[in-house]
Design a protein around this ligand. Sequence first.
Ligand SMILES: Nc1ncnc2c1ncn2[C@@H]1O[C@H](COP(=O)(O)OP(=O)(O)OP(=O)(O)O)[C@@H](O)[C@H]1O
Ligand SMILES: [Mg+2]
Length: 506
Amino acid sequence: MALPVGIDLGTTNSVISIYRRGRPETLRVEGSETMPSAVCFRDKGNSLVGNKALNMAMIRPESTILSVKRDMGKAGFTYNLQGQSYTPIDISAMILRKLCEGHEAEVGGKITQAVVTVPAYFTDEQKRDTKLAAEKAGLDVLRLLPEPTAAAIAIGLNRGKDQTILVYDLGGGTFDVSILEVRGNTFKVKAVNGDHDLGGNDFDRALRDHAIATFKTQKGIDLNKEDAKDAQVRQALQVLTSACERIKKELSDAETAHLDLPNFYKGQHLETAIDRATFESLIRNHVYRTKDVVLATIKDAKLDLDDIDQLVMVGGSTKIPLVRRVLADTIREPYVADYVDLAVSHGAAIMAASMLDIEDADSAPMELNVQDVVAHPISIGLGDENRRLRCFVVIPKNAPLPATGMKLGAAPPGQLVGLLPIFRGGEAEPVQNKFLGDLTLTFTPSLSPTLLRFELMLDKNGILNVDGAEIDLNDVSPSALQYLSDDDIARLKIKRRTRVELKMRD
Ligand SMILES: Nc1ncnc2c1ncn2[C@@H]1O[C@H](COP(=O)(O)OP(=O)(O)OP(=O)(O)O)[C@@H](O)[C@H]1O
Ligand SMILES: [Mg+2]
């Protein structure tokens, strides 16, 4: 049987690794340790994935998909290319398939099992889509592992020291913070936070807007006012975006970088120099926002700054000096692995090996205990005394996974369904949360009232499952109902399971 793999399915780059001979090892794709998460469609059905697709983005931006990860979890979202439509799941599956191809010799057969990483701050829908994409690519998902947890495993394992680690992961499209307690081979997440729409792409865009303003000053052409659907405009913007990414990277090492695009748009040349201070002023707000999130996360974990033994930085965007400086000033000098681009995938490979007890020559099968937490609280909607709908948290943020939340409800005689609105978020005001649907229980009508139990569970991967039951009324006296604790509610005797749906409203 082939070895299980660990996959970092990134916004910009993806990495696949295995664990053998007592250590994680990156599997190269077309000679490189990282593969661009890019897909390009050529003629009917003909597609490119990875480096070749990224190169095509410049020439044919209209048929290339970049940063698909940002669109995961968007209900009904499709890309329409060459008369075909593709969901983010379809595109991610193509990336995963490409990553898994051609490693038969190294892993001992066709890859069928994987630990796939996701941002700690991904929502239930985003995680669900990631799992579906992996299944579509023929993979059995052993576990969806939060990226910072994976990095902590790669970096914190076998250090022989118990410690509290804060992982700061700033990649291409997402920002994640996790605080973990490491005790031997046990990795316990204490708190997570983040922003699933913040990363290096935003810095590229900030530079691009700056360059567009320069072009306007120099040549009097405002690209923002041109027709965004026009092929020439799209191409100019794509060329500029990738030039800005290159400049951004140069500015991590150099004080000044040059943008030089002859024949940029309508025959005009775009040329300008950008220094590091200017770049820093363009991204400062974003970077300070990440600092605020870090401080909030430490507070959520009920810790002080001094309790953080180690600050681990992963993700390509942590190569930016301003990012390191701000975090060093806030917490402490960061530890930066020399394999920062690979750490997440390595941690996933170690996790995969531990789940299947991979025996190998150099080390006994290891046991790894990984405890994740709830990233987004789940609430239910109930009428308050003025019959206004309010939300009440049933699964709190940072509760250990798997986590359950239950609610009892009585249905009058003759009624067939019970409804309970479900939200993601912990605000009392329903509009400030995301409505996930009505948990709808359909049950056997009865001449007496029916006691229903609405059941919500976030599984070990943080994916929401719903269930419902009719409760045996012999088991509980009606007057005691309102005094039941959550544990009491969970222990009530079930008469029968109901039919369950999580329904959106029309
Ligand atoms: N030297 C550098 N200086 C600044 N930014 C860099 C440097 N090297 C890479 N980056 C940026 O890092 C980002 C990619 O990082 P990484 O590969 O960690 O992201 P990812 O895993 O694809 O994304 P995510 O984790 O958000 O899903 C890109 O925006 C890239 O431009
Ligand atoms: Mg990443």
